[in-house]
Design a protein around this ligand. Structure first.
Ligand SMILES: CC(C)(COP(=O)(O)OP(=O)(O)OC[C@H]1O[C@@H](n2cnc3c(N)ncnc32)[C@H](O)[C@@H]1OP(=O)(O)O)[C@@H](O)C(=O)NCCC(=O)NCCS
Length: 175
């Protein structure tokens, strides 16, 4: 198993990610994009807005999870995290999320947010375990936020800009 930071997605990988997304949301479609075309468009949107902060977990050549964020100001957002059903409850989601949170800490952010379907109980429980707390609601969505450890005192745009491209291109492994 290894985690790879991806900046471009081949059409072969895109197809596999669509399949992964469909499997991950199959048991509860309430908060999911439906249809391969829409899912593809959504994945491309995620990739574009992530500007490199998009990690895919691979088992061999097969993607089994991914996480994507966006550096919104002042609070960045985790836009999506998905783990295939066979990999649930095995810490993979936590490793993907940790990668994203470490990245944001290094980029100088002191908080992170996300939106989750209010009745997506498994995801909500997962986020609560990691220290996310509920904030406001908008329709069927609940915003959750978490404070980040690390370089809080140096949180600034200039700190973020100072992080070198090579550091942000780091690839991790060992999941
Ligand atoms: C959200 C997701 C990435 C979390 O990964 P995961 O491997 O399932 O997460 P974990 O098993 O570490 O944590 C889930 C927790 O919820 C608990 N849980 C499972 N079903 C639950 C339910 N119906 N109600 C409440 N808690 C539930 C699990 O027991 C676990 O808690 P525990 O570790 O204290 O036992 C994964 O479930 C997923 O891909 N879901 C589909 C896509 C999705 O909803 N993404 C989130 C978008 S906001």
């Amino acid at each position: 198993m290894d985690l790879r930071k991806v900046t471009r997605i081949s059409s072969e990988l895109l197809d596999k990610l669509v399949g992964l997304y469909e499997r991950a949301y199959a048991e509860d479609l309430r908060y999911a994009e439906i249809g391969r075309r829409r899912i593809k468009r959504y994945l491309k949107w995620l990739l574009k807005h992530a500007r490199g902060a998009f990690w895919v977990a691979f088992e061999g050549d097969e993607p089994v999870g991914f996480v994507a964020l966006e550096e919104l100001e002042p609070v960045p957002e985790i836009h999506e995290i998905v783990v295939s059903p066979e990999w649930r409850g095995k810490n993979l989601a936590e490793k993907l999320m940790q990668e994203a949170l470490d990245y944001l800490s290094h980029r100088g952010f002191s908080r992170v947010a996300l939106w989750v379907g209010e009745h997506n109980r498994r995801a909500r429980h997962f986020y609560e375990k990691l220290g996310f707390q509920p904030r406001e609601k908008a329709g069927v969505w609940l915003r959750m936020e978490k404070r980040l450890q690390g370089r809080e005192s140096t949180s600034s745009r200039s700190t973020r800009q100072a992080v070198s491209a090579s550091e942000s291109e780091r690839v991790s492994s060992g999941v």
